[in-house]
Design a protein around this ligand. Structure first.
Ligand SMILES: Cc1cc2nc3c(=O)[nH]c(=O)nc-3n(C[C@H](O)[C@H](O)[C@H](O)COP(=O)(O)O)c2cc1C
Length: 334
């Protein structure tokens, strides 16, 4: 499938989620199905400029994950140029500019979602990234900061920009993640005024929601983030529904949870054996497996006690002890 100049297997994207969509996580999701594009979560341009070595870890083995995008967050065109001078040597496919992050850290540094406040400055950043990146560039943003953006002004900038595609999280920065605020009407209007492909994002947690966003707004593809946490198969569930009308809901069995976690551990071990980690292998495995175990329990009925016990674990050994108790039926569910 063509998206701008990119050839992708489909237009279902895994969203960048800082501290969630790590390299093992992206591999894990991809091992179940095709995902058109995955993204390395935001890397601060200032971090690259100050300590290039430090970000090597974020980008370890990305050439094995193609197609892949790297997201940059910053607020100065020159910082983007300097970061790209360094990043151009990596084997990625796309550079993405973060103009949507609503975290207080980003906003107080006048980065991420802050950039939608001042479209002239955003345009300078886009121009710098497009000029200095050796790879195609895309932008990820929201519908506005406190108020909806001036769509005419925004689309003029995007349509003039040589960006490859645009991703829009369909709510304003100040809405953060409030479920009441998803606004598909404005996403639809933006899509109608933009000539490059538009990827829609926000609250897609089922094949039905995916189809609704696509049908209603006519976006060219969709990006899924939080709904993959504990349900890495969501991309094939959506694809089956979009292409064949088959609706598969997340599997709620302990058997699937166990199979998924065994696979995750295998991926973790394999990854850890090839890169130099910041912590011990055990600590690395523990942190990744613990949070993924907890997310998986979301799909098991009456699983509060599982989450409570998993949350209390402090090392790999105790985590595995609790997981074994869960899988052997030795922990009573409430
Ligand atoms: C834990 C977490 C981390 C995130 N990190 C990033 C990030 O690094 N870059 C970014 O553009 N968006 C980030 N986002 C926003 C997501 O990419 C996405 O736009 C948002 O979660 C809405 O999509 P969803 O409803 O499918 O999760 C993050 C969201 C969460 C919950």
């Amino acid at each position: 499938m063509k998206l701008g100049t990119l050839s992708l297997s489909n237009t279902l994207f895994l969203a960048p989620l800082l501290n969630v969509t790590t390299a093992p996580y992206r591999r894990f999701c991809r091992s179940f199905q095709k995902i058109g594009l995955v993204e390395v979560p935001m890397i601060y341009t200032q971090r690259i400029i100050k300590n290039q070595k430090e970000i090597d870890y974020n980008l370890a083995l990305i050439e094995k994950e193609k197609p892949i995008s790297i997201q940059l967050i910053g607020n100065h065109p020159n910082d983007f140029k300097n970061s790209l001078d360094f990043l151009n040597s990596y084997n990625h496919d796309v550079i993405n500019i973060n103009a949507g992050c609503a975290s207080s850290r980003s906003l107080s540094a006048e980065q991420g979602g802050f950039l939608i406040k001042d479209l002239e400055s955003l345009e300078k950043i886009i121009n710098s990234a497009v000029k200095y990146s050796s790879k195609p560039v895309s932008l990820k943003t929201r519908l506005g900061f406190q108020k909806l953006m001036d769509i005419k002004k925004f689309s003029a900038i995007i349509n003039n920009s040589n960006l490859e595609f645009l991703t829009i999280h369909a709510r304003k920065v100040k809405d953060r993640f409030d479920p009441e605020t998803l606004d598909l009407d404005t996403l639809k209007k933006i899509k109608e005024s933009i000539i490059i492909p538009v990827i829609g994002n926000g609250d897609i947690n089922s094949p039905i929601k995916a189809k609704h966003m696509m049908d209603y707004t006519k976006v060219d593809g969709i990006m899924i983030g939080r709904a993959s946490m504990g349900n890495p198969q969501i991309f094939s569930q959506i694809e089956d529904y979009l292409s064949k009308g088959i609706y598969n809901s997340p599997n709620r069995s302990l058997k699937v949870m166990k199979e998924n976690l065994v696979l995750y551990e295998k991926i973790l071990k394999n990854f850890a054996s090839k890169v130099s980690l910041k912590s011990s292998i055990e600590e690395f495995q523990f942190k990744e497996l613990k949070r993924n175990s907890i997310w998986h329990t979301k799909y098991i009925q009456n699983s509060t006690v599982y989450r409570t016990e998993l949350s209390k674990t402090r090392n790999l050994q105790s985590l595995k002890f609790i997981l074994n108790k869960i899988f052997n039926g030795d922990l009573l569910i409430n």
